[in-house]
Design a protein around this ligand. Structure first.
Ligand code: SAM
Length: 477
């Protein structure tokens, strides 16, 4: 949307009042082109090989090490490498949030408002497969898209839930090292790219969003360990939803404080004078303005729960599963061992994956109906929780045999299995459409790759490669 006349009048009046001398520059940004961004998936490639393989002119986003601008006329969403999870298309300002969260390999991270997965997939890249990511999205249709993106990006250590924030807090009290709340908001910062945000805008909506944000933050706080980091972000300018929400939260939660985020030419400080009863440290929070940087509007605050992360966890994940005693426990363990051994034998024999691969992943193999998943370490029993993805989907049990899962293909590197078949671009396009391909590969399950990136499985027989790309994902690109 590049016509400034369609901005809501009441929005213009309040922004003019807030911005004073900066208003004209801010308004002029609506006549400028938007910036388009994509983020490299560090689980799949280094910066050097990625930029060498990408067919687009890319320019670095200065505040996100994995981020690049691409030109408006390109269509990176319609390239084979996109389906291979080599990158995620994301608005450049939105890439700043995970940098502020600063997740470290091995930590437990919660993304409480996660769909469609921009922050979660970036967090997973930073975790490098170590630790646990719980990605939650309350709206189930959106949670399904989130789950697909987790799969496409080849993430091994993520559990996808679809629960109310209050329920997540009941299940995971004091568990996470870091929590991100990328809150539902009035979306003023997206007016340039999202017409519905303009249509839905009203002052009442801003107030409703602010109350909802405070409610979500309260639940997020319950999930955090003492000493843990809570990052709050919105894509709106409204002070009620930014400095206002943070001030209300800090006033009622005595064990939280605002941490300083370094500001630079791109990142402006939060505005304490724009809210009644400002909390101490509001200028430590950060505003991203579309007239000051090459991206849309955002607000980010980094909070810390007082206390130390050392020693015992303050809260414990509730073990909601059945607890087995004596004989029953030994029987359950034996069943699990058998399942793991059968799966390991399948991976070795049918895919040529090294014997120790499964053990090296950590976590435990669990059966959900006919589906076998690798549940990441540190995850609780999932009975009674709305779980869309309990970890890495490894295989499906069919009559007396196993079939490898599509998620497994995307989570592998081309070096892990023996049976790998590299496709040309044209073959890869046909594979994504669901067509069979001609080949002279060794009979059996084969990992199909393009430019070294796994795309999915095929099954070779004679001169044919049977297509096992999931029907629901087939695409004409
Ligand atoms: N973090 C996401 C990303 O980077 O792709 C974007 C999240 S979006 C800004 C906010 C999300 O909050 C939406 O997916 C929305 O469905 C969800 N949401 C809406 N109402 C909610 C509520 N009451 N509690 C928690 N999440 C809610």
């Amino acid at each position: 949307m590049e016509d400034r006349r369609s901005l809501p009048e009441a929005f213009c009046t309040r922004m003019k009042g807030l911005l004073g001398g900066e208003w004209e520059a801010f308004l002029a940004s609506y006549d400028e082109k938007r910036y388009y961004g994509l983020r490299r998936n560090p689980l799949k490639s280094s910066a050097e090989s990625f930029t060498a393989q990408m067919p687009y002119a890319l320019e670095k986003v200065s505040w996100a090490e994995e981020g690049y601008y691409y030109q408006e006329e390109e269509q990176p969403g319609k390239h084979v490498l996109h389906e291979a999870g080599a990158y995620y298309i994301q608005e450049p300002s939105a890439m700043a949030v995970v940098g502020i969260l600063d997740p470290q390999p091995g930590e437990r991270i919660l993304d409480l408002c996660a769909a469609p997965g921009g922050k979660s997939t970036q967090i997973a890249g930073r975790l490098q497969g170590e630790g646990l990511l719980v990605a939650n999205e309350v709206i189930s249709d959106r949670a399904r898209i989130l789950s697909q993106n987790i799969e496409r990006m080849g993430i091994r250590n993520c559990v996808v839930l679809s629960e109310e924030p209050g329920r997540v807090a009941e299940l995971f009290p004091g568990v996470f090292d870091r929590v991100v709340v990328d809150a539902p908001c009035s979306g003023e910062g997206m007016f340039r790219k999202d017409e519905t945000a303009v249509e839905q805008w009203s002052e009442d909506h801003v107030r409703m969003c602010a109350d909802r944000q405070l409610m979500i933050l309260r639940e997020a706080a319950r999930c955090l360990k003492p000493g843990g980091v809570l990052v709050y972000s919105t894509c709106t300018f409204a002070p009620e939803e930014n400095e206002g929400t943070i001030s209300r939260f800090i006033r009622e939660q005595e064990d939280f404080l605002i941490e300083e985020i370094p500001h630079d030419a791109n990142f402006a400080p939060g505005r304490a004078e724009w809210t009644d009863e400002p909390a101490t440290g509001l200028t430590y929070t950060m505003r991203l303005w579309p007239h000051r940087l090459r991206g849309e509007g955002h607000y980010i605050a980094r909070l810390r729960r007082k206390g130390s992360m050392d020693g015992e966890m303050s809260g414990r994940v509730q073990n909601r599963g059945r607890t087995f005693a004596g004989k029953e426990r030994r029987r359950a363990e034996a069943v699990k061992r058998e399942l793991t051994e059968a799966l390991q034998a399948f991976l070795v024999k049918e895919l040529g994956i090294k014997e120790d691969w499964l053990a090296r992943q950590g976590g435990s193999v669990e059966r959900f109906g006919e589906q076998l998943y690798l549940v990441p370490e540190g995850m609780i029993s999932m009975q009674g929780i709305k779980v869309l993805r309990p970890g890495l989907h490894l295989a499906t049990e069919k009559k007396n045999r196993l079939e490898p899962a599509h998620s497994l293909a995307l989570a592998l590197t081309a070096a892990e299995p023996d049976r790998v078949w590299e496709l040309s671009y044209e073959e890869a396009v046909r594979y994504l459409r669901g067509e069979s391909l001609s080949c002279n590969a060794q009979k059996g399950w084969t990992l199909l790759t393009y430019s070294g990136y796994p795309l999915g499985f095929g099954k070779a027989a004679g001169t044919q490669m049977k297509n096992h790309y999931p029907k629901g994902l087939r695409k004409y690109i």
